[in-house]
Design a binder for this molecule. Structure first.
Ligand code: GDD
Ligand code: MN
Length: 387
């Protein structure tokens, strides 16, 4: 990549670099701090200064993972990186997602310990050395900054959000047999080697990376919780929206089925079942209101359902790689084609099963399952393919 950089960027030693503390040699670097950012330009410099104070005496580096923030956060981080070699910026284009950003950041690091901390100063960075100690002593694999143990709190939450947070925490702990108090925290530190073992099984979608780590490890991590007080956001706004709840349920379901079904597939199937309802409602309306022939009404209903499936998948299932502008039209046409072939596969499978065993519901359900698996596989290849 470096050969494509303009010489000024690639070669010029930054004027301030002589004052900056030297980057520790790789073999002595102890801690990589990963900071996911989206529209945090007013917070990153303050966070960096606070890390500097909190981590004096530790050989550390910080990797900001920015999803091409419209406010240019990556620009601010780039400037910071130019003056201090402990700072790196990973700018991801065409992708969104807190968990995915954390995973990439951690995998780009090489220190024995990694921490994840929010950029908005809501996590208490002064706890970092306290969190590092049990890891360095070899007493823990994972240290969680916890709001729900003695000494911790989430006072800055409004009532509704606190209610949701507590309910989701209880549900996850019960369903996934998780023993720690705050699996929904976004503030934690762990051994990088343990993380790398789990990384291939983690979901890049969603917000709950710690929950995913703990659920995927199935009791094989030694976990210590350190209390912290969840602060108030100073600048910018939270990116948590109602979609986060959907991601959360998907993650819990995926972990319950031992990853047999992925979060994305579940969403795709859910959208498919909404599509069935859309289809039947449209069919009913067209058939009742207009004296059209049944096959024309059925065809119209199929188009409406495919279109709504496409749009829903674009905002829900593939929210992190949503098609925009003209891409939507192109995607829609390809989606129609994929679904048309999926329908043939569906009918073909149902027909051959019915030929062997004339049980209508078994044949019908197998056909439908075949259709949804086909549509899912092909549309993730051709409609929402990774750029
Ligand atoms: N790269 C990237 N991509 N970063 C993101 C994205 C994204 O799509 N979405 C959010 N972030 C970054 C934000 O910029 C911030 O630094 C951090 O992730 C947390 O996002 P917030 O939007 O501030 O989330 P929150 O404060 O509502 O939620 C926090 O508290 C929860 C506990 O209730 C997070 O720490 C959650 O992880 C945590 O579960
Ligand atoms: Mn926040």
């Amino acid at each position: 990549m470096s050969e494509s950089l303009p010489p000024a960027v690639a070669a010029a030693p930054s004027p301030a670099s002589s004052e900056a503390p030297p980057r520790p040699a790789a073999e002595e670097r102890q801690l990589s701090v990963i900071v996911p950012t989206f529209n945090e330009r007013d917070n990153v410099v303050t966070l960096f200064r606070r890390l500097e104070t909190a981590l004096a005496g530790v050989a550390w580096e910080v990797i900001f993972v920015d999803d091409n923030s419209p406010d240019g956060t990556w620009n601010v981080v780039r400037d910071l990186a130019a003056t201090d070699t402990r700072v790196r910026c990973l700018r991801r284009i065409g992708r969104r997602g807190l968990s995915g950003a954390c995973i990439e950041g951690i995998l780009a690091s090489s220190a024995p310990y990694v921490a994840v901390i929010d950029a908005d100063l809501q996590h208490d960075e002064t706890r970092l050395p306290v969190m590092l100690a049990p890891l360095q002593r070899g007493e823990a694999d994972l240290v969680v900054g916890s709001r729900y143990v003695d000494g911790g709190s989430a006072d800055s939450f409004n009532r509704t959000r606190l209610g949701f947070s507590v309910a989701a925490t209880m549900m996850a702990k019960w369903l996934l047999d998780i023993r720690i108090a705050d699996p929904m925290s976004g503030f934690f530190m762990m051994r990088r080697d343990r993380f790398e073992e789990l990384a291939p099984s983690l979901s890049v979608q969603g917000f709950k990376i710690l929950l995913d780590i703990v659920a995927t490890a199935r009791g094989h991590l030694r976990i210590v919780e350190i209390p912290f007080v969840f602060g108030t956001r100073q600048h910018g706004e939270s990116k948590l929206d109602s979609m986060v709840a959907l991601d959360f349920f998907g993650l819990v379901l995926a972990k319950l089925t031992r990853d047999a079904v992925s979060l994305r597939f579940l969403m795709f199937a859910l959208v498919g079942s909404i599509g069935l309802v859309v289809h039947l409602v449209t069919l009913g309306i067209v058939f009742e209101l207009r004296p059209a022939s049944f096959s024309i009404a059925q065809a119209i209903a199929a188009f409406v359902a495919m279109t709504s499936n496409f749009l829903l998948n674009n905002v829900l299932t593939y929210r992190d790689q949503r098609l925009k502008g003209l891409g939507i039209l192109r995607g829609l046409v390809v989606f129609y084609l994929v679904c048309a072939v999926g329908l043939l596969a569906n009918v073909g499978v149902a027909f051959s099963i019915y030929n062997h065993q004339p049980i209508w519901w078994l044949a019908g359900a197998s056909g439908a399952l075949m259709g949804v698996v086909w549509n899912y596989a092909l549309s993730s290849l051709f409609v929402w393919r990774r750029r």
